[in-house]
Design a protein around this ligand. Structure first.
Ligand code: RB5
Length: 147
């Protein structure tokens, strides 16, 4: 994926993995904006999911990486926004297909269920796999519409 700036967001349960990814991006000199949370103090994941979704929708960042304990809560929040295609992923192949077929613009990760090593590989796949387009574009265009 062409990426200029990555948006990061998590709750307290995803904080540690978000920090790991933040350092990873620093090492790779990939620019990012971190929308929080910034400590392990208990917080509500929708606050951070909505912040990241708005940033992607406004093109303040080109895509996002979101983490909560299971990945589900923040993923559900993000997908309330019509511009967002957030994919809850747990391995490299699911991540690859989320880019190839779904043009996912947010990678949602289950922080309590992933090793750092696994997450690192998934982030690399997410940031470097292009969208296939074609028939998948037609399907993606249908997602925001109910009829
Ligand atoms: C926080 O304890 C946890 O519920 C949250 O991180 C997430 O897993 C919710 O979906």
């Amino acid at each position: 994926m062409k990426h200029q700036i990555i948006g990061l967001a998590s709750d307290h349960a995803g904080y540690e993995l978000k920090e790991f990814i933040r350092v990873l991006l620093d090492e790779k000199e990939i620019p990012y904006i971190d929308y929080g949370t910034y400590t392990t103090e208990s917080v509500h994941y929708p606050l951070f999911g909505h912040k990241l979704a708005e940033a992607v929708a406004k093109k303040e960042v080109s895509c996002g990486i979101a983490v909560c304990g299971t990945g589900n809560g923040i993923n559900m929040t993000l997908n309330k926004h019509p511009e967002i295609r957030s994919a809850l992923c747990w391995d490299e192949e699911i991540t690859r297909l989320a880019r190839l077929h779904n043009d996912a613009n947010v990678l949602a990760l289950p922080g309590r269920f992933l090793s750092m090593d696994q997450a690192q590989k998934m982030v690399d796949v997410f940031l470097n796999t292009p969208f296939e387009g074609g028939r998948h574009q037609i399907r993606i265009d249908m997602i925001p519409e109910i009829n």
